[in-house]
Design a protein around this ligand. Structure first.
Ligand code: PAN
Ligand code: ZN
Length: 187
């Protein structure tokens, strides 16, 4: 098919905007059922307004082989029980790497290869590297929106079932120090 023509996109770290933008997607609390440990707290929060947990604004680059799609994710500040607001999480079924780059706020990039859990903190100016084959999820561990740029191969695909069913091997929860990453089988 036709490849995209050269272009530049504005990346607004204060709003999470991408200009020009392609697909924009939003995930609410009700889209995250089954992912947080405290299911009752999640249902209460759904009943109290079902707020948007995160939004992804993609640049207009198609997800096809050869292209390199990129997008900005904004995760709002908040928790379900003790667990910080987070993305659904997925793996790339064509094992290919991905780069995240922090734009604003503070988050944890959690990675899981099915056995080992690894995590890195992402702040503005920090790039996180996700190696091929590692499932990944981000959580906002700060008090303001957490934003990052994601860049990945267009042929990577997205497998959400692997995380929905098998978890990430750990949870990102509030602690006296601010947050901690707690390893938990099936978590
Ligand atoms: C990111 C994620 C984005 C939202 O662009 O897709 O942060 O997370 P979920 O896709 O798990 O809902 C990325 O990793 N793309 O490959
Ligand atoms: Zn990814």
């Amino acid at each position: 098919g036709d490849l995209v023509r050269p272009f530049a996109a504005g990346i607004d770290g204060a709003s999470g905007g991408v200009d020009p933008a392609g697909v924009v997607s939003e995930r609410r609390l009700s889209d995250l059922r089954g992912l947080f440990r405290d299911a009752a707290a999640l249902e209460r929060a759904v009943g109290e307004g079902d707020e948007v947990v995160y939004r992804v604004v993609a640049a207009p680059v198609p997800e096809v082989e050869g292209e390199v799609p990129f997008s900005v994710t904004t995760i709002e500040a908040g928790r379900v029980g003790d667990e910080f607001y987070m993305t659904r999480g997925h793996a790339h079924p064509e094992p290919q790497g991905e780069v995240y780059f922090g734009l604003s706020g503070r988050g944890v990039l959690l990675m899981y290869d099915g056995e080992e859990v690894r995590w890195v903190e992402i702040r503005p100016g920090v790039a996180g590297y996700i190696p091929p084959g590692w499932a990944h999820r981000t959580a906002n561990v700060g008090g303001e929106p957490f934003r990052f740029l994601a860049v990945y191969p267009g042929s990577a695909g997205h497998d959400y079932a692997i995380v929905a069913e098998g978890g990430m091997g750990a949870r990102v929860v509030r602690s006296a120090a601010g947050y901690e990453v707690v390893e938990e089988p099936g978590g």
